[in-house]
Design a binder for this molecule. Structure first.
Ligand SMILES: NC(=O)c1ccc[n+]([C@@H]2O[C@H](COP(=O)([O-])OP(=O)(O)OC[C@H]3O[C@@H](n4cnc5c(N)ncnc54)[C@H](OP(=O)(O)O)[C@@H]3O)[C@@H](O)[C@H]2O)c1
Length: 278
């Protein structure tokens, strides 16, 4: 569908952002759904997010994804936050509701959907370990607790950050050491360990075993050192592309009011990754 005078615009603000898969995923979704929308990447420097949001309002932009380094600093420019975004103090999607710009956090829901739809895994009653205590980890910790996990063990190189992140899980939140990974049904790596240029596994590979599901939030490269180590130990291990696509699906629905065309979004993301995009 070519761009017209009626084309509606959504986009992502971040820096760096030129590597982002979001334009590929969302433009595939708009095309599949037959919507006259387009999605672009806006390179917005650290500190400029409030100005970018003011510009988006003036331009009539209908939806924004928000990535590093703006997930917290963008809050001051918004009219309202969803309950999840309020708890996390972070936003990864902004939707226009009438005249208001409303901040949402769809990462945690994206992980829960990826677990359910792609792996047939429900966190309810399960022991979960999250490696990391940054923005992605916090969204995951809150979502796992809300989904009924029996315990959410937070393991992080800086224990003080783990303490803060574990509070999000309420009474099921525990700060732990790496050896507790052995007891976990689900292990989520929410650190950049294993990303391109950093090939050390997120945790000691001898802690993995065959009764575990391991999700590495890193999706470039698709086969990280953590995934390889977990699979070698007999665990079922997957990368972060599922969460990325499902969090985008939530944003798509917030913006358009329609169910997201997940197969088209996944196919576009996988094709872009295979061609070296990230
Ligand atoms: N698949 C998805 O949809 C998705 C979504 C969001 C993020 N992610 C990925 O998740 C990862 C984390 O992102 P984020 O936004 O949460 O980052 P962040 O806020 O910067 O947090 C990074 C976390 O990783 C820890 N860390 C950083 N480098 C480490 C290292 N070399 N070894 C061990 N721990 C390390 C940090 O520990 P300290 O507390 O000690 O600093 C912190 O807990 C990134 O790889 C990102 O690409 C994926």
């Amino acid at each position: 569908m070519s761009t017209t005078g009626a084309t509606r615009v959504a986009g992502v603000i971040g820096d760096p952002v030129r590597h982002s898969l979001s334009p590929v995923i969302h433009n595939a979704a708009f095309a599949e759904a037959g919507l006259d929308w387009t999605f672009v990447a806006f390179e917005v420097l650290d500190g400029d997010a409030p100005g970018a949001v003011a510009g988006a309002r003036a331009l009539g932009i209908d939806g924004l994804s928000v990535t590093m380094p703006h997930k917290a600093t963008v809050l001051e420019a918004l009219d309202r936050l969803s309950p999840t975004a309020t708890k996390l103090g972070a936003v990864n999607a902004i939707a226009r509701e009438g005249t208001e710009f409303v901040g949402h956090s769809t990462d945690g829901a994206g992980l829960i959907d990826a677990l359910a739809f792609d792996e047939g895994f429900a966190p309810e009653g399960k022991t979960c370990a999250v490696i990391g205590a940054g923005g992605a980890a916090r969204a995951v910790i809150l979502a796992l607790a809300d989904a009924g996990a029996n315990s959410v063990i937070v393991i992080n190189r800086t224990p003080a950050n783990a303490e803060i992140a574990a509070l999000l899980a309420g009474r099921v939140g525990v700060v732990g050491t790496e050896d507790l990974v052995r007891d976990a049904d689900l292990i989520v790596n929410a650190t950049p360990a294993g990303m391109i240029g950093n090939d050390t596994p997120a945790i000691d590979p001898t802690l993995f075993h065959s009764n575990q599901l391991v999700v590495d939030l890193v999706y470039a490269p698709p086969l990280t050192s953590t995934i390889q180590a977990a699979r070698a130990a007999g665990a079922h291990a997957v990368g972060g592309l599922g969460m990325l696509v499902h969090q985008a699906a939530h944003a798509f629905t917030l913006w358009t009011g329609q169910e997201a065309p997940l197969p088209a979004m996944s196919a576009a993301a996988m094709a872009a990754l295979a061609h070296g995009r990230r």
